[in-house]
Design a protein around this ligand. Structure first.
Ligand SMILES: [Zn+2]
Ligand SMILES: [Zn+2]
Length: 165
């Protein structure tokens, strides 16, 4: 689907095509907690980097962070975080892992388009969760102490939700 996003002050606007627009993956790691400004969590979706159009690129700042705590079968990677230098809104991330350069990972929080509601949720990096945060429980909520190597692409494809374009 086509997604449009923006920062709080409006200096930066972006659009992209996302074949994987369900923000099912809620991350409780230190990076998401410190930068997200929400309830100690963050969620990214996946979009085609070649489709990304950014207005106000001169307002973008970047910060290279270590990845989420690596999980089983997940090597540590560097993530380039892109944010608005005026208002501080986090906008999208690039993974510097080999093989991921076709993709950009917008924060669900930066998207203004209504995203679809996931049929089930992954709660990842719960080992780094803030003590005052409770992850939702129930059959539609899978819990992971660390990250999970299952890709955003696989989650969507397994559920018939991957949008080829
Ligand atoms: Zn801004
Ligand atoms: Zn995280």
């Amino acid at each position: 689907m086509n997604i449009e996003g923006s920062c709080l002050c409006g200096n930066v606007r972006f659009s992209a095509v996302s074949p994987a627009p369900y923000p099912y993956r809620i991350c409780y790691c230190r990076r998401c907690r410190k930068t997200g400004g929400g309830g100690g969590t963050g969620a990214n979706i996946m979009a085609k980097n070649a489709s990304l159009v950014v207005e106000g690129r001169e307002s973008l700042g970047t910060y290279v962070s270590a990845s989420n705590p690596p999980g089983p079968g997940i090597p540590p990677v560097e993530l380039e975080m892109n944010f608005c230098r005026t208002c501080g809104s986090q906008l999208f991330i690039y993974s510097r892992s080999e093989g991921w350069s076709d993709w950009v990972y917008p924060w669900a929080s930066a998207i203004d388009t209504d995203l679809p509601n996931p049929p089930d949720w992954y709660h990842i990096n719960l080992g780094a969760k803030a003590s005052w945060v409770d992850a939702p429980v129930g059959s539609e909520h899978a819990h992971f102490i660390e990250n999970t190597p299952e890709s955003i692409e696989k989650w969507h494809k397994d559920r018939g939700l991957w949008e080829e374009s």
